[in-house]
Design a protein around this ligand. Structure first.
Ligand SMILES: [Zn+2]
Length: 152
């Protein structure tokens, strides 16, 4: 926990703030004492906004000083960017490439581990995973592999 030596600072934006103190260059407020209208990152995302390079204007301290939440002023924020159809298609192709096993030439149903370079069924050909692979069910392969990989 932080040690609070003095409270009360003067801020350009809100004037005298009796409950706040300065920390990392930001006015810092205890739970429920911050000025109204500021947004946390999650509130910002829920409102469809993004920082767009904006700096936080204050922070709150919660959970008995264990957590700091940065606060942003809505006027500084920009609308959240949306991915274009071409960008979404490119990401889809990239993920499909990560799911493709070069050894058995199929979609593994999950992103194959880069440490192996091929799917789990190819790397550990035990009777169970071989049967799953031969049945051609990628969904079953992912669920059936989990206990085996944990035990290994
Ligand atoms: Zn494979």
């Amino acid at each position: 926990m932080s040690v609070r030596r003095t409270t009360g600072i003067y801020t350009d934006r809100w004037g005298w703030q009796p409950h706040a103190w300065a920390e990392n260059g930001l006015p810092t407020y205890p739970w429920r004492t911050a000025p109204a209208g500021l947004l946390t990152r999650r509130q910002m995302r829920d409102a469809g906004l993004a920082p767009g390079g904006a700096d936080p204007v204050a922070q709150i301290v919660c959970r008995r000083g264990r957590i700091r939440a940065l606060l942003f002023a809505p006027d500084d924020l920009r609308p959240k960017r949306a991915a274009s159809p071409a960008q979404l298609a490119a990401v889809g192709k990239a993920i499909a490439a990560r799911r493709w096993c070069p050894a058995c030439q199929r979609d593994a149903g999950y992103c194959i581990p880069t440490s192996l370079g091929r799917c789990i069924a190819c790397e550990y050909p035990d009777p169970v995973t071989a049967a799953v692979r031969d049945s051609g069910s990628a969904e079953a392969a992912t669920t059936d592999n989990r206990p085996a990989t944990r035990a290994a």
